[in-house]
Design a protein around this ligand. Structure first.
Ligand code: ATP
Length: 635
């Protein structure tokens, strides 16, 4: 680690340079800097440009000025009413310029006072209307921009999710992911707080200017409220932050719990675990309720404390006014009414700094959680190269492939095998041996060590994921269906238009057509969440139809027909055999009868290759495969 002195020696810079560097590095380590870095990253993603801040700030400033002017106009108004004389407005600072434009106000009428009174009322109203009109324009403008910022951050978070590797999703609960999406809302909350704060700070500045103009001494006295309020509310803000952290953890637990239960309803029901689940949920929900109550109880202290401190300050000032101006003219004293009015409105605005802190304190834990989406740590993003995969030339080779899902537990051990182009390779072996893991690595759901999977002698990691996957069709063990129609599920992911004839043809091949004909809505039947309205076999047939329609170069069937009855399986097998002609196919099957036509059979045991060869070779060998074959003979 370089120290300050080393730095001077190496760079030859002066002490001042070192001091400056150390100040900068200290500032960078400060909490405020890391908050700034986080927020600027968020604002960048949301598409917040300087104009989006400057324009509302500018409009707020003008609106606050109008507010100040209308407030300032109350001084001559009250003064004139109390003394029943408005002639002084001809000389009044600022006002005299306006009066100059309307000389008739104080001239040639029977009742100039009444005229001046109405004139001042009109002016006050005008500025109040102008202020509100500007505030309205600012609000509409902000609403328009906020809509776009909100859309941008949602989109970004969603797009980021899509770049993460499958391992990330294996390890992360769905509930958590949905919650993270919802956390995007907090960025808008911070932005709104920021905009409101700017507005309030301007208004505060303008009010203080008016107060200073009335009495600078009293204005200074009011300033004592600021540190008092600040210190009283500081403890509250830090309490709110720690409660927000606990609330965040509880929310995560609650979401996880809900998703866990909802996705396993049959399990919960069949084991009659409803009461236990309810109790579990009730506990977390109750904890959340208590935390929210604690947060409200602490947060609700802000207003009373503020009100009491402000009232005390006003009473204190009233006492000072009474002492100083006991013998003063009523007109002078009346001006202080305006001062108190301004002070009463301005003093609570001091709290804006605490509101900023409170809002940030509550938004910080969710935003820190959301921020994790931005970096690639633990996202298991699968590495890809620049090359476009067009067509398989010779084959796919696994070279000393090792793989672990979790550190310390090897699932694949030195796997070496070759899958020739245009041939059918079958992976067989006991459950948990690592067969699915092999195809998951070929489809690139998970990253493999460099050089361990070669496609035509090129490392698979050199190809773009998109080009590789375009040439691969996968029917996975668990048929994946979207909550959509049968038509959309079968044609999912195709970048060409499918004719009705093609759809019917592929449905016939997948032995799905007769079933679809019976449905009132036919291909437009909704299949429900994850295809819940279909049987296991129907779901598999939809997945097979989808894969056949893709017409990819490489077809991977992982227990694709395991849920079908023997007759349907035989019929589909014929369609599959027809479809895979000339294609490179990888088949995983427990029912060995389905792999007897494979060109090569690989027996995987405990993450290692135990045997490989053609059906005849393996049977002749009377080794591991022979024993599995014999075991299944009578089924
Ligand atoms: P089956 O025939 O039952 O489908 P398989 O041979 O396809 O089994 P794999 O699914 O490849 O086996 O699993 C191999 C090992 O890896 C198993 O022990 C399994 O527990 C483990 N495994 C699989 N997926 C994951 C995962 N996402 N995270 C951690 N471990 C996993």
């Amino acid at each position: 680690m370089l120290k300050g002195a080393d730095f001077v020696t190496i760079t030859g810079k002066t002490d001042t340079g070192v001091i400056l560097m150390s100040i900068i590095s200290r500032l960078k380590r400060h909490k405020a800097y890391s908050n700034y870095v986080i927020m600027s990253k968020f604002f960048g993603i949301m598409g917040v440009k300087p104009i989006h801040i400057i324009l509302p700030v500018f409009l707020s400033f003008i609106a606050a000025s109008f507010d100040g002017i209308s407030l300032g106009l109350l001084v001559p108004l009250v003064k004139g009413v109390v003394s029943n004389n408005f002639y002084f407005i001809k000389e009044a600072a600022g006002l005299k310029y306006i009066v100059k434009f309307f000389p008739g106000v104080l001239l040639n009428t029977d009742s100039p006072n009444k005229n001046a009174f109405l004139f001042l009322i009109g002016l006050v109203l005008l500025f109040v209307v102008l202020k509100n009109a500007l505030n309205y324009i600012t609000s509409v403008l902000s609403a328009y921009w906020h809509g776009r910022f909100g859309r941008n951050i949602y989109l970004y978070v969603f797009e980021r999710f899509l770049t993460f590797g499958k391992m990330f999703f294996d390890r992360t609960s769905e509930g958590y992911l949905i919650m993270i999406m919802n956390y995007s809302e907090y960025t808008m909350k911070v932005l709104r707080t920021f905009e409101n704060s700017v507005n309030q700070i301007f208004t505060l500045a303008i009010y203080f200017t008016v107060m200073l103009m009335i009495s600078w001494k009293l204005t200074i006295v009011t300033l004592i409220v600021f540190p008092i309020l600040h210190y009283l509310l500081k403890a509250i803000v830090s309490r709110l932050y720690s409660i927000a952290q606990l609330t965040n953890a509880s929310m995560i637990a609650l979401q996880r719990n809900v998703f866990n239960i909802l996705s396993c309803i049959p399990l919960v029901k069949v084991y009659s675990k409803e009461d236990e689940m309810k109790a579990n949920f009730r506990n977390i929900n109750e904890e959340l309720r208590k935390l929210n109550l604690r947060s409200d109880k602490v947060g609700d202290l802000i207003n009373p404390i503020q009100e009491i401190v402000v009232t005390l300050a006003l009473l204190f000032m009233l006492a000072i006014v009474a002492l100083l101006f006991a013998e003063g003219k009523p007109a002078e004293i009346s001006v202080f009414v305006v001062f108190f009015y301004a002070a009463k409105r301005a003093l609570p605005m001091f709290n804006i700094f605490n509101i900023i802190k409170t809002d940030f304190a509550q938004a910080k834990p969710p935003l820190r959680e959301l921020y994790k989406v931005f970096d690639d740590t633990d996202k298991f993003v699968v590495a890809q190269g620049p090359e476009t995969f067009k067509e398989l030339q010779s084959g796919i080779e696994l070279k000393g492939l090792n793989f672990s899902y979790v550190k310390g537990r090897r699932v694949l051990n030195d796997v070496n095998l070759y899958m020739e182009k245009g041939k059918v390779t079958a992976l067989v072996g006991p459950s948990g041996a690592g067969k699915t893991t092999i195809v998951n690595l070929i489809v690139r759901f998970y990253d493999c060590p460099p050089g361990s999977i070669m496609v035509d002698n090129i490392d698979i990691r050199n190809f773009t994921l998109k080009s590789l996957r375009r040439e691969m069709a996968l029917v996975s063990q668990e048929a994946l269906l979207l909550n959509d129609t049968l038509r959309n599920n079968i044609t999912f992911g195709l970048d060409r238009k499918i004719t009705d004839e093609e759809l019917i043809d592929v449905s016939k091949k997948a032995r799905l057509y007769d079933f679809i004909l019976q449905l009132p809505a036919g291909f437009d039947t909704e299949v429900g969440d994850r295809g819940v309205k279909l049987s296991g076999g129907e779901k598999q047939r939809v997945a097979i139809a989808r894969a056949l329609l893709k017409k990819s170069e490489i077809l991977i069937l992982d227990e694709a027909t395991s849920s079908l009855d023997t007759k349907t399986e035989q019929l589909i097998q014929a369609a599959i055999d027809e479809a895979i002609k000339g294609k490179t196919t990888i088949v995983i099957a427990h029912r060995l009868s389905t792999v007897k036509h494979a060109d090569k059979i690989i027996v995987i045991e405990d993450g290692r290759i135990a045997e490989q060869g053609s059906l005849n070779e393996l049977l002749k060998k009377e080794g591991r495969f022979y024993r599995y074959w014999e075991d299944q003979k009578f089924f």
